[in-house]
Design a protein around this ligand. Structure first.
Ligand code: GLU
Length: 290
């Protein structure tokens, strides 16, 4: 057993139904934490009202329970944490690690990399819209349990990036870092679509003097044509299969043996005991219909 208690989390955005890709992330993060004797938390990332779908958070939580995936402890709603998010942005501004920016999306070059226009002050005639965190030239490195040593140069990937949006809401990158630290998360296990965001998050951890958790990015679920499964997919196993069959399909995506138990708690118990992070592939070599 590790010396520090392991705390993992699943952090769904309530922007639609629980789909198979999110079931894989939920299952992988839960099994990883539980298999190390750790705690598994759920955080509903409801800080983007324009994208929120009414009733989605409750349905996602109900679906997770249907799969036997219940958090240890109460669910944290990120909307209750706005003050802490804003305090973090204000601190970065005060320390000169972030700056007000007056640019719109249309002001950015085609590659989307911020050219530094407002780094030293907003040009005359423009007013502050967003707040951006400063990035610097050295690459940001982190180790991912599936993808190994990763390195990203933020100056080339995105440049100084938004941490408070033009509508005044904290950006995902900021909120996720502040709340992972608040919840004492020691490992972030989630879909590989967020691998690209990780360096920005590690950079913010450095700027805010917060610990960097371990990272593990799980394979994305693709359909038979290799496309990422979307929330709208009609043949999503979460909707079409029994909970045990859908969990079995998720286990295959995670490269794990599928327990033959035909009750949820027996299935999850064995899945947990057999969990082997070394078997999780970088790219899923099965589709949900296999
Ligand atoms: N809320 C994000 C999503 O649903 C996931 C955040 C994370 O796991 O870091 O895509």
């Amino acid at each position: 057993m590790p010396l520090t208690p392991v705390i993992g989390r699943f952090a769904p955005s309530p922007t639609g139904e629980l789909h198979f890709g999110s079931l894989v992330a939920a299952l992988g993060s839960a099994l990883s934490a539980w298999s190390q004797g750790g705690t598994w938390r759920i955080r509903v990332e409801d800080i983007d009202p324009p994208r929120e779908v009414a009733g989605s958070a409750a349905r996602i939580l109900a679906d997770l329970s249907r799969f036997g995936l219940q958090a240890d402890g109460p669910v944290l709603y990120q909307s209750t944490r706005l003050e802490a998010h804003h305090a973090a942005v204000d601190r970065l501004l005060q320390e000169g690690k972030a700056f007000h920016c007056g640019c719109t999306r249309a002001d950015l070059p085609d590659n989307g990399v911020y050219p530094g226009t407002c780094r030293d002050g907003i040009p005359a005639g423009r007013k502050a819209r967003t707040v951006r965190a400063r990035v610097d030239a050295p690459p940001v490195g982190f180790v991912d349990r599936v993808h190994g040593a990763c390195e990203q140069r933020l100056t080339e990937q995105c440049g100084d990036f938004v941490i408070r949006r033009a509508d005044g809401l904290p950006a995902y990158q900021l909120a996720v870092v502040v709340d992972d630290a608040f919840q004492d998360v020691t490992e972030v296990v989630r879909g590989a679509d967020l691998l690209d965001s990780t360096a920005r998050q590690v950079h913010l951890q450095h700027l805010l003097d917060l610990p960097t958790p371990d990272y593990m990015h799980l394979p994305l679920v693709v359909d038979a044509d290799g496309r990422k499964l979307s929330k709208q997919d009609a043949d999503d196993p979460v909707a079409t299969l029994s909970p045990l069959a859908a969990l079995g399909a998720a286990m295959r995506v995670l490269g794990q043996p599928v327990p033959s138990q035909n009750d949820l708690s027996g299935f999850l118990d064995l899945a947990c005991r057999q969990w082997d992070p070394g078997r999780v592939p970088a790219i899923a070599n099965v589709t949900p219909s296999d």
